[in-house]
Ligand binder design. Sequence first.
Ligand SMILES: [Fe+2]
Length: 273
Amino acid sequence: MLIAQISDLHIKAQARLAYGIVDTAGLLAACVQQLLRLDPQPDAVLVTGDLVDYGRPEEYALLRELLAPLALPLYLLPGNHDEREALRAAFPEPRFDYLRQQAGFLQYAVDLGPLRLLALDTVVPQQGHGALCAQRLDWLDRQLAADPRPTIVAMHHPPFATGIAHMDAIGLLQGAAELEAVLRRHPQVERVLCGHLHRSIQARFGGTLASTCPSPAHQVALDLRDAGPDCFVMEPPGYQLHAWRGGRLVTHTEVLGDWPGPYRFREGGVLID
Ligand SMILES: [Fe+2]
């Protein structure tokens, strides 16, 4: 079982550049092509929010086109740049019915072969920060209590402070401690997969591991100063592959782009000197 995670696509319509700089549509198209060249192919693709930049229908229309080459189960969830109803409206086909499992909050439970995926909605409309209220957490608690199979919880805002000050200021500002308590009650949660940070970060959380994923577009600058400015950098973009094998979720972070190699370590079975 192989799950590709992409996050924070920030698609804009009419060839507009994010922040006047980033060709997010072109970069997602390149990412999709790289995913299609993977061997073995992923069994599913999880997209952890900020699918588009301003939640506009025309942005979701372009997102659809860009994701169309991925003929794989595709699991979308909203981030702070998304708009729930515009997202649902853009994906009306039965394969996206999970988007409509609940009215209101865009949360869902699906089977990924040997794993369950529980997607949480951390969105606070019109705000950058996230929240998990009692209604959203109760749903998670009930889902976990009902099924002990190994489970991935996915959400946009990570539930831990990262040390990147301007992102922590728009982090999960409500419900993190309560989420941690829910997870501690349900040890089958293998991972909490998140986005929002546009880079790869991990922390122990609630007896499991919480992690964030790079963006196929721009990355948040690594700046651990107390009052670092809100900056992004055009470091090599990336995505993650989560492999379920031997009862563990093993994560690889891959850099997108064309790089020299691969080269052999050995010649005739002997390490090259
Ligand atoms: Fe983002």
